[in-house]
Design a protein around this ligand. Structure first.
Ligand code: ADP
Length: 244
């Protein structure tokens, strides 16, 4: 390429990168400032509900329930968007992570219904990963497996397969499944398939962003009425990637 043209192009790339960084900072700042008033509104709604107890006029009680639901949704949305923006803003801190321990820890934190079991039938790898980032991936997938499964007993299976340069990990549920037309969309920010179940539609977009930042892949295979299998790969990084 001609030297002037190449310098122009480099300059333009730097300009666009700077613009992107500006936008990222602005969005982060706005979301960060929103956190506290949003939390305040949710707290006020709680206090009003507590103060009124069962005394409220039925219409007022219904408005209050709506206010509580919507402020909760707003809190989750702001928190999820912050996590999404921060996902690739920080330097990854790569360490060896036992995926079996990680999945078991997350399962306890989720407080799943007692009739939903977690099964980890085979060997699970130790991955070289940023602990927080890998936690976000598994936590979102496991939470969704529990959240979307509906009522009644069930199980969530986590398993792994060793490939040449990576591991393939799968989170399998026996929930309602995902319609064919939605399998490509579930990783889009704000895509929501289940309007009755609360959520922001940001979780899987965050998961995809983390996995892709590792140069890896994520996808879902699903049969309506049979369940969903979320699969992702994770590269085999040498332990020298870990920090001393
Ligand atoms: P949220 O859960 O906040 O809606 P996600 O990005 O985690 O956002 O998920 C996007 C959509 O994908 C959900 O609204 C739901 O319709 C669908 N989905 C995700 N996980 C599952 C699952 N395990 N089973 C069925 N549907 C799912």
């Amino acid at each position: 390429m001609h030297r002037d043209a190449s310098a122009d192009l480099e300059g333009r790339v730097r300009e666009l990168e700077a613009q992107l960084e500006d936008q990222r900072r602005l969005t982060y700042g706005a979301l960060h400032d929103l956190k506290s008033p949003v939390r305040g509104i949710a707290q006020l709604a709680e206090w009003i509900a507590e103060e009124l107890g069962g005394e409220a006029d039925p219409e007022v009680a219904e408005w209050l329930t709506l206010l509580q639901q919507r402020s909760r949704r707003l809190t989750v949305l702001v928190q999820d968007l912050l996590s999404y923006i921060l996902a690739d803003a920080r330097e990854p801190d790569l360490v060896a992570v036992s995926t079996r321990d990680l999945v078991q820890e997350i399962w306890v934190d989720i407080h799943p219904p007692v009739d939903v079991d977690l099964l980890i039938p085979g060997a699970m790898p130790v991955l070289v990963a940023d602990h927080l980032a890998l936690r976000q991936v598994f936590a979102n997938l496991l939470e969704n497996a529990v959240k979307y499964r509906g009522e009644g007993p069930g199980q969530v299976i986590v398993q792994s397969r060793e490939l040449d340069d990576s591991y393939e990990l799968a989170v399998i549920d026996d929930g309602p499944g995902i319609p064919d037309k939605a399998v490509d969309k579930v990783f889009d920010p704000f895509y929501r398939g289940q309007s009755k179940i609360e959520g922001s539609g940001v979780g899987l977009a965050l998961v995809a962003r983390v996995v892709k930042s590792m140069g890896a892949k994520i996808w879902v295979e699903s049969e309506l009425g049979e369940g969903s299998t979320f699969l992702f790969t994770w590269p085999k990084l040498p332990l020298s990637h870990t920090r001393a």
